[in-house]
Design a protein around this ligand. Structure first.
Ligand code: KG4
Ligand code: ZN
Length: 347
């Protein structure tokens, strides 16, 4: 294998058909087709709609990525694809497509973990990962704190959400404020026009939670608190300060995420924090993490917003990392695994 492998990555775990091409740690193409508009009126991703959209977008998106990178399939050293976790039908389209490509072009294939790919993508922005590191992974389906000693071998879960994921909380709160789906970017924008004046609860941060839930998250109580606050305002016939509610909700989420992530760094003595997943695109989370980490001598690595939300480049980045480490490719009969655990980096 060459030192700087050329890897094509395919991502179809949710509503984005992503095809990325990287050489080593260099991003050459990041083609994306999203079905998000088709789900908007349902207030969430509809699996069958997503699968069909992947099917239609797959070949054109692969073509676009190859053309953007100025390479042919023949030049590619390996193909990586998200094997899980995610929506079963959506994953299947990507896995079947990637296998077809690998067979036709006689290339090795790597079925990789979507969550680990959210961590690996930072290498495209900041170069090789400093290990060990703590990773805060916050997306629409997951919120976890992970210890990363060797990303090619596995990651160790330290904590996770016990109910809603952080992105899910953004989406649900946006919905109850009458904002469109996905809610994260809309709340982020609204919050910039508001002031965080309302003291919403910080889940699992009380002293009594410390023993069992030090590194776990809970956002469903926060979501309910926002709903009650909005209802009481409406019942009183008072106008709803939407921007202030958005800012206060966002402040509560970011406060808990950064507090627990930095606590995990202090607990393990690790001074690198990687933040990944769609919620890592949040402007307040990025600013708060930087500010608080600096006070503790901790380096925060968070990729640019476009690389935080689902994309193919992150899958290619993890594939490239595995190829460079000499990891064996996946067997051609590996399945799409909608419940793939975070401990399994490649199937
Ligand atoms: O990683 P991702 O693209 O897909 C999953 O793997 O789930 O994450 C999507 C989630 C959605 O819940 C979306 O609302 C949230 O990331 N999100 C944000 C922002 N941009 C996307 N949340 C807060 N602030 C943002 N700027
Ligand atoms: Zn994701």
């Amino acid at each position: 294998m060459p030192e700087e492998p050329l890897v094509l990555g395919i991502e179809t775990s949710c509503d984005e058909t992503g095809v990325g091409i990287v050489r080593g740690h260099t991003l050459l193409a990041d083609a994306l087709a999203s079905s998000v508009d088709e789900h908007a009126r349902f207030g969430g991703v509809v699996p069958e709609v997503a699968s069909r959209a992947h099917l239609e977008a797959m070949v054109p998106t692969i073509r676009r990525a190859l053309s953007d990178a100025g390479v042919t399939l023949h030049d590619v050293d390996a193909i990586a694809v998200t094997a899980g976790p995610g929506l079963a039908g959506a994953l299947l389209v990507g896995v079947a497509g990637a296998k077809g490509l690998a067979l036709a072009a006689e290339k090795p294939i790597y079925g990789v973990n979507h969550l680990a790919a959210h961590v690996a993508v930072d290498t495209l922005e900041h170069g090789p990962i400093t290990e060990p590191a703590i990773a805060l992974l916050v997306s629409g389906g997951h919120s976890s704190l992970l210890r990363v000693d060797d990303l090619t071998k596995g990651v160790e879960p330290m904590g996770a959400t016990i109910d809603d994921a952080a992105g899910e909380a953004f989406d649900k709160v946006a919905r109850l404020l009458g904002m469109p789906f996905p809610g994260g970017p809309v709340i982020d924008r609204a919050a910039r026009e508001g002031v965080a004046t309302i003291g919403f609860p910080r889940g699992l941060t009380a002293t009594r939670d410390f023993a069992e839930h030090r590194f776990n998250f809970s956002f469903s109580g926060l979501k309910t608190a926002v709903a009650r606050w909005v209802e009481s305002r409406e019942a009183a016939g008072e106008p709803l300060p939407i921007n202030d509610v958005a800012a206060s909700f966002q402040e509560a989420v970011c406060d808990v995420l950064t507090m627990k992530a930095l606590d995990a760094c202090r607990y393990t003595g690790i001074n690198t924090l990687i933040i990944g997943g769609g919620v890592a695109a949040n402007s307040r989370l990025r600013a708060m993490a930087e500010e608080r980490a600096a006070k503790h001598g901790i380096t925060v690595r968070v990729p640019r917003p476009k690389l935080c939300t689902d994309n193919g480049a992150m899958v290619a980045a993890l594939g490239s990392h595995l190829v460079a480490a000499g990891a064996p490719p996946s067997r051609m009969d590996f399945p799409a695994d909608s419940a793939l655990g975070v401990g399994t980096i490649a199937v």
